[in-house]
Design a protein around this ligand. Structure first.
Ligand code: ADP
Ligand code: DP6
Ligand code: CO
Length: 358
């Protein structure tokens, strides 16, 4: 008999905001993408998910609550994560006959997002990264962040990148079983520690079209998307890795804004068209252009995920021109909340002496 109090683990996971976007699946079951992508992991001091996983013989069914509300765990994607983690726990139990049979117990998962859910601020990324990490810790799995990224990817594609800090790529891979569709660290946060992000919340409302549904519709109907996946993204991935390697902000910024615009153009080319950006989002684009023009230099780069909220990257030395301008002009305006992301950094401060992920 297993003591229910004994088996419990908690973890924090940060969001990551892509600068080369993932949009499109080549395999919906395994959640394999049509193109590689690259993101920056934001400080978990700001936007983060906190998840606790526990198990005991008194828990009757697997459950997940998110911000106090019961969620459906029967979906194929959550089930895939649970199945894979239990299988790895079984390996541990088979190797060590004295290890408690946690793989046979039901799981209780309790999660909190401290930022808007399903609003284009990567809640599914932080959410599934935290879920996988918390259960892996509960099960004391000897799994590497790379192995966990393969599992988190099956919960939500973008989640695989939140297992690492700093600058992270998700290679699309070409194997049918998805075993090479993994995230890896392009550079640690310490490589370019001056990077900052300001997050402008244009709307905290749940989006009309989820990322999963939106990208499926794009794959099915957009010719522009096909061009993006085949001809645009591969070159940009290489150029973005080089820009990060060289700490070339102008190149980083141009690739980031162009890729965001290309992704939203593919959304507009979808039938029926999908509009994630709104008038406020477009005002943020114009403001970034004005800030760059006034500086006579590229000092900020905007990007929008599948939602209206802007993430603006800049370097610490341009704090005043960028974050200062946004705060001064928009801080008071209804519908805007200025929030400055701290330095982009590696996953750290995991509670209860857990191992760091990067
Ligand atoms: P977002 O732009 O916020 O990533 P998505 O449409 O990709 O929006 O995904 C939102 C969904 O992700 C939510 O409806 C929920 O199912 C899931 N999700 C968000 N946060 C969590 C969490 N902390 N734990 C588990 N699942 C989560
Ligand atoms: C625009 O990872 O949320 O944020 O795999 O269906 O859960 P699912 O989709 P999700 O899509 C993210 C799309 C994006 C770009 C990105 O994060 O790369
Ligand atoms: Co998402």
């Amino acid at each position: 008999m297993v003591d229910e109090e004994t088996y419990k683990a908690s973890t924090y996971a940060p969001v990551n905001i892509a600068v080369i976007k993932y949009w499109g699946k080549r395999d919906t079951k395994l959640n394999l993408p049509t193109n590689s992508s690259l993101s920056v992991t934001l400080s978990q001091d700001d936007l983060r998910t906190h998840t606790t996983a526990s198990c005991s013989s008194t828990v009757e069914k697997d459950s997940l609550t998110l911000n106090g509300k019961d969620q459906d765990v029967s979906g194929a994607r959550t089930q895939a994560c649970l199945r894979e983690l239990r299988r790895l726990r079984k390996d541990v139990e088979e190797k060590d006959g004295s290890a408690p049979k946690l793989s046979e117990l039901k799981l209780k998962i309790v999660s909190e997002n401290n930022f808007p859910t399903a609003a284009g601020l990567a809640s599914s990324a932080a959410g599934f990264a935290a879920l996988v990490r918390a259960i892996a810790d509960l099960y004391q799995l000897p799994a590497t962040p790379t192995e966990l990224s393969r599992i988190a990817r099956q919960g939500s594609g973008s989640a695989c990148r939140s297992l690492f800090g700093g600058y992270v790529a998700w290679q699309q891979g070409d194997k049918e079983d998805g075993s090479d569709s993994l995230a890896y660290e392009v550079a640690p946060a310490s490589h370019w520690p001056e990077m900052r992000a300001v997050i402008l919340v244009a709307s905290a409302e749940k989006k009309d079209v989820s990322s999963t549904a939106g990208m499926q519709q794009t794959v099915a109907t957009s010719a522009l998307f096909k061009h993006r996946a085949e001809n645009v993204v591969p070159g940009r991935m290489k150029a973005m890795e080089a820009a990060i390697h060289d700490r070339d902000f102008a190149a980083f910024a141009q690739l980031t804004t162009r890729d965001s615009n290309n992704f939203h153009a593919c959304c507009a080319d979808t039938d029926p068209p999908i509009f994630y950006m709104n008038d406020t989002s477009r005002a943020a684009v114009r403001m970034c252009e004005a800030i760059n023009a006034a500086a006579g230099n590229v000092v900020c780069a905007y990007t929008f995920d599948a939602g209206p909220n802007a993430v603006v990257y800049y370097l610490a030395e341009h704090e005043k021109e960028v974050a200062g301008t946004f705060k001064a002009l928009l801080g008071e305006k209804t519908g805007w909340e200025g929030k400055r992301g701290g330095a982009v950094e590696a996953v750290k401060k995991l509670p209860e002496g857990m191992e760091v992920a990067a």
